[in-house]
Every structure is written in C-alpha cells, then in structure tokens.
Design a binder for this molecule. Structure first.
Ligand code: SAH
Length: 215
C-alpha cells in the first residue's frame, strides 16, 4: 500500500528491524506493507512508526515494531499455515501475520477493541483473518490444531489448552512471568516432543482469563 507513511515505514524496517537482526525477508516485507498508523488513534499517527509501544483503547498497548517482528519471525511461517493469535488488540499483529500465512484466527476479550480491529481488517481487505470475542486462554478449539500460536499478553504460565491445540510440528510464542516483566517463551512441538526456549525479557499487558491472571 503506497501512502504518505511509506517512506517512514521503510525507515522503520531498515533501522529498527533489519539493523537489529530481523532477517526473514517475508517478515520484513510484511512490516513494510501493513499501514501501522491506521491501527493507532488519529492523535498518535505521527508516532506510529516510533521505536516504542503505543497505548490503544481500553488501557491496552500495541507492541513496539521490533517485538512484533521478533515474535513473528520466531514462528518461521512459510505461507501455508493456520495461525491462532490471542489478544487481537488493535489488530496490527494479526494484520502482519495475515500477510505471512494462509489464515489467522484471533481472539480478544474486549469488545470495543475487537470491533475496531474487525473494521480495519475489512477496510484493508485482509479477508483471511477471523476474529472472535472470548477468553483466548481457552484457545479456539473448533478450528485447531494450529501450526503456530502467538499470545500477545503476558500470563503466569503457558495455557494448557493452547499446547493441546498446537499442531505437531508447531510453534507457540508467549510472554510468561509476573505482571511487570515476562520472558518470551517459544514452545516447539515436534514428533510428539515438547521443547521450550526462553528468547528475551519483555513487558506485556496482562493475559486475563481462566488460564491467565484472574479477573
Ligand atoms: N496483538 C495486539 C496487542 C494487544 S495488547 C496488537 O497488535 O495490537 C494485548 C491484548 O490482549 C489486549 O487487547 C487484551 O484485551 C487482550 N487480552 C488479554 N487477555 C486476553 C484473553 N484471555 N483472551 C483474549 N484477549 C486477551
């Protein structure tokens, strides 16, 4: 999409992603394409491509571009996958994923956020994203298993329903820790075995639900 933010978006890709080691060309292309400024409030458009997270409605945040790229890259998407996202928020992460896989299922617990994200998916013609209102710590069993799962809020542990709904082979990325600071965990399922790696220290909003923090 060519818009007045194209140059600034290209600079974001070069300076914040490529220069810091994001190497997957498909991830770089997707982040160069999705109009991030449309996923934030009008008043924050000018800061949309800055090297930081930004507030969205309902006290939530859209992650820093580098974190979106880093988490996305860790899923190693090729294009044929079915991906589940927990925490739709602004819809930005789902939009990036939608450029890189076959279909995105995304779950959000705050109705106003879900409504805003759905509208954007429509406007931008990202027709391979479906979204629903629910407690995402329960996953979305009817469409599983998923080749990749990404959780964009931090919880005390990896929700068991998500591990069960992950395909084999499959990759799941989630921030796990306390309410202030978490460690980005990458769970890899392969040949019936599960392996967990810790990738980086991160700060996300709370994952609230049955297998997250209580309400
Ligand atoms: N991926 C989003 C980031 C949003 S912040 C983006 O690109 O903008 C995390 C989101 O997770 C918030 O919108 C919050 O409401 C949501 N969330 C927290 N707990 C949840 C749960 N159990 N199920 C679904 N969504 C949840």
């Amino acid at each position: 999409m060519i818009d007045r933010f194209t140059t600034i978006r290209e600079r974001m890709v070069q300076e914040q992603l490529l220069a810091r080691g994001i190497a997957d060309p498909r991830v770089l292309a997707a982040m160069g394409e999705v109009p991030r400024h449309l996923f934030v409030d009008d008043a924050m458009r000018a800061r949309a491509y800055g090297d930081h997270p930004l507030p969205i409605a309902a006290g939530q945040t859209i992650s820093q571009p580098y974190i979106v790229a880093f988490m996305t890259q860790s899923l190693q998407l090729q294009g044929h996958e079915k991906v589940l996202e927990i925490g739709t928020g602004s819809g930005y992460q789902a939009a990036v994923l939608s450029r890189l896989c076959e279909k995105v299922y995304t779950v959000e617990r705050v109705n106003t956020l879900l409504a805003g994200a759905r509208k954007l998916f429509d406007t931008l013609r990202y027709f391979n994203i479906v979204a629903k209102l629910d407690d995402g710590t329960l996953g979305w069993p009817e469409f599983g298993p998923y080749d990749a799962i990404i959780v964009t809020a931090g919880g005390p542990e990896i929700p068991q329903p998500l591990v069960e709904q992950l395909a084999d082979p499959g990759r799941l990325v989630i921030p796990v820790g306390d309410q202030d600071i978490q460690n980005l965990h990458l769970l890899i399922k392969n040949s019936g075995k599960i392996h967990v790696e810790q990738l980086a220290s991160v700060r996300f909003v709370e994952l609230i639900g049955e297998h997250g923090w209580g309400r």
